[in-house]
Design a protein around this ligand. Structure first.
Ligand SMILES: *Cc1c(COP(=O)(O)O)cnc(C)c1O
Length: 389
């Protein structure tokens, strides 16, 4: 008899644990009738602010909205350059284009998959000089003003904020942490959400802390920024309800989603610890097989939220062989991300080409992710590892 298929992320196992609490909280919202910005939203914001150590948490409708709200609050627009890693989910760069600014793609550090700070410095210099000699710039050239950086904490590991914040400060640029995959991670004891001036989290169901739909949040210590986020979140509302002082969005988090998050937040620390144990066991058992697979490297002083457990095959043929073998064993695997953003059709007007960012392109050709969630037992994990070739 074939073994049951393995789940890539096991939301059902999590629901078996906290479903009662979720249902109680959700019923209370349904019966209470405060579906928009009800008391659950304020309760969640205060708990998450306390958890990250940030002064303010402003919840919103998605991680993408959080990033867009952060850019709108800064007045980012046409003529502005915003530096983003090319190896990330599309939303990181999409929001830059949505507000009319230009994403400047930057290569990643091969061992962390995160923004390479040396490449960032070169990219800023290149934009300032409007000279692509030291860093590949969009080939559709116009003079741009460097405004900010959006580092991404890919797969759950924080980017190198010590260096990125220093480089940004030297050039007067803002830093927005894309913490969509790293909520719960730490850097030198500080939580993701507290690692840059502004941080954006996502509560999409597959993220480290997920709701039952779309959700997100912004974090900052800056009172004025937090007030702007709250305004942009609701149609650029002023101090009075129907006074509109700027453009905004319908960007609120539903009370129902806040209720789900509050119930799940009670087990979040425990789940983070479980993910960390499971990741360590993966790395140990995969290395022991000696297949030439590169397991994740978490830099000293950092912890990961393990949104994904991603490994590098020797080459794309090796990856294909692993994925095929996993599939026949009933084990799902995913490729995050098969194509770096500089090569995506949506950004083709910028004129980037294959070969522009070698580290990102190499990772895209070799990377794949294994099932990862807090309820992955040792037996199932061994099944996954045994299917690697
Ligand atoms: C998921 C994700 C986002 C967007 O979050 P949504 O809640 O899906 O809008 C942004 N950036 C990264 C790196 C992500 O993984």
């Amino acid at each position: 008899m074939a073994a049951d298929p393995v789940r890539f992320i096991d939301l059902q196992a999590q629901y078996a644990r906290v479903g009662d609490a979720i249902e109680q909280r959700v019923l209370k919202v349904l019966r209470g009738g405060q579906y928009i910005l009800g008391p659950e939203v304020a309760e969640l914001e205060s708990k998450l602010a306390q958890f990250t150590g940030a002064r303010h948490c402003v919840s919103c409708a998605s991680g993408t909205d959080a990033l867009q709200i952060a850019l709108m609050a800064r007045g980012v627009g046409p003529g502005d350059a915003v530096f983003v890693p090319t190896f990330t989910f599309v939303a990181t760069a999409e929001v830059v284009s949505l507000v009319g600014a230009t994403p400047i793609f930057v290569d990643i550090d091969h061992s962390s998959f995160n923004l390479n700070p040396d490449a960032l410095e070169n990219a800023i210099q290149a934009v300032l000089a409007n000279d692509a000699a030291s860093h590949v710039l969009p080939r559709m050239r116009m003079r741009l003003r460097p405004r900010g950086v959006i580092p991404v904490d890919l797969f759950g590991q924080p980017a190198d904020y010590a260096r990125i914040n220093t480089i940004a400060a030297k050039h007067g640029l803002f830093v927005i942490e894309d913490a969509a995959q790293s909520f719960g991670a730490t850097s030198a004891g500080d939580r993701a959400g507290k690692l840059a001036q502004v941080a954006c989290a996502s509560f999409f169901p597959a993220k480290s802390l997920g709701c039952a739909g779309d959700g997100g949040a912004l974090f900052t210590d800056d009172d004025a920024q937090a007030e702007l986020f709250r305004s942009v979140r609701v149609h650029g509302q002023g101090s009075e309800r129907y006074e509109n002082v700027r453009l905004g969005l319908t960007g609120r988090l539903d009370s129902l989603q806040a209720a789900v998050l509050l119930a799940k937040f009670d087990i979040f620390i425990d789940e983070l610890a479980a993910r960390d144990r499971i990741a360590a066991r993966y790395s140990q058992t995969i290395s022991a097989r000696g297949l030439g697979l590169t397991t994740p490297r978490i830099a000293a002083g950092l912890t990961s939220a393990w949104a994904q457990y991603s490994i590098l095959a020797r080459d794309s043929m090796h990856r294909a062989a692993c994925q095929e073998s996993l599939k026949s064993a009933g084990v799902p695997s995913m490729i995050y991300y098969p194509k770096p953003l500089h090569l995506q059709t949506v950004f083709s007007a910028l004129g980037y080409r294959a070969g522009d960012f070698p580290a990102a392109e190499d990772c895209a050709a070799r990377i794949f992710s294994l099932p990862m969630h807090a309820y992955l037992d040792a037996f199932t994990q061994d099944r996954v590892v045994a299917a690697l070739v």
